[in-house]
Write a protein that binds this ligand. Structure first.
Ligand code: AMP
Ligand code: ZN
Ligand code: FE
Ligand code: FE
Length: 294
């Protein structure tokens, strides 16, 4: 039983459609897969309909959040936090409205980044970016692909390094939710909140143990331990915090198709941790296709 609890499809910024992702899971050795597109449940139905026999789908989403961290000399800085929401009720109105507002603001933010690139002479077209997103919430990987198409960069990673990194001149932040508020909303929708890649330092500033404790007190139930962007120290820290705070430690690939080098099922969650997540969920159930006899 190989359990991958964090993947993306074309319903956000992955390159593989939900149905194809489900079809590919068994060959990757995956028997339980969570579909966690950014701020969206748009891939759930296609994935559920396409489940091959024996594969279990855990419906989910990855929510863009920030957590305020005090800075020396006073004030706070808001550190980016990604929150996995698993097995929630997608019809619960407050959380559904919050996801909708995140998706809407991704559009205006993407358009602003395109404007900055155009001012700098890059002939990138907003209509083309929207076409590449094909109805999904717009993310920087869509901008990256548009930049590849016009020959401004060779590939998606180069687009990030040269033009799209959050420290670069063309970057615009996206809208986000306060992490504690998001955790409360996920719980109110019957879902299981799991802190995604908390110590992926390569991506930027990270929260610390005290912040994770506050989030646990607000209802956080899990923390990603094994993630491609976690080095051995990050994994050890996350596992130690999971033990101390009683959080469920998970592992996952954060698969994005060809937008990232990570293979499906490359990191996995232990069955006992998965069962704790299912037991804690009250908003949706895992979906398994049963083989039909002719
Ligand atoms: P956004 O949500 O629009 O800010 O874009 C973030 C997405 O870009 C995430 O899904 C990341 O996986 C992806 N991403 C961030 N940095 C890189 C990078 N250096 N190379 C490829 N993809 C990246
Ligand atoms: Zn992504
Ligand atoms: Fe993430
Ligand atoms: Fe992700």
């Amino acid at each position: 039983m190989s359990i991958d609890l964090h993947t993306h499809s074309t319903a956000s910024d992955g390159t593989v459609p939900p149905a194809d992702l489900m079809a590919a899971a068994p060959a990757a050795g995956v028997s339980v897969i969570a579909l966690t597109d950014h701020d969206s449940t748009g891939g759930w139905d296609e994935a559920a309909t396409a489940l091959p026999p024996g594969l279990t789908l855990v419906p989910g989403a990855e929510i863009s959040c920030r957590y305020p961290v005090p800075v020396a000399g006073g004030g706070t800085t808001r550190v980016a936090v990604h929150l996995l929401a698993l097995l929630f009720d997608r019809a619960e109105p407050a959380f559904a409205a919050a996801r909708e507002s995140l998706r809407v603001s991704r559009s205006s933010r993407g358009r602003r980044i395109v404007g900055r690139l155009q001012q700098a002479g890059y002939d990138v077209d907003w209509a083309r970016v929207r076409a590449l997103a094909a109805g999904a919430p717009v993310g920087r990987p869509h901008l990256a692909r548009a930049l590849v198409e016009i020959g401004a960069v060779r590939d998606v990673p180069e687009a990030f390094v040269r033009l799209l990194e959050s420290t670069g001149p063309y970057y615009e932040p996206k809208a986000d939710l306060d992490a504690v508020h998001a955790i409360e909303m996920v719980r109110a929708a019957g879902g299981v909140p799991v802190l995604a890649h908390p110590f992926a330092h390569r991506r930027g500033p990270c929260v610390d143990r005290a912040a994770v404790a506050v989030m646990r007190d607000a209802g956080l139930l899990g923390i990603e331990v094994d993630h491609p962007d976690h080095d051995p120290t990050a994994r050890a820290d996350a596992a130690a915090i999971a033990g101390t705070l009683g959080l469920i430690g998970t592992g996952s690939s954060d698969y994005h198709g060809t937008n990232k080098p990570t293979a499906l099922g490359i990191e996995t969650t232990a069955p006992a941790a998965y069962h704790r997540i299912v037991d804690a969920a009250g908003g949706a159930r895992p979906i398994t296709a049963i083989a039909c006899r002719p």
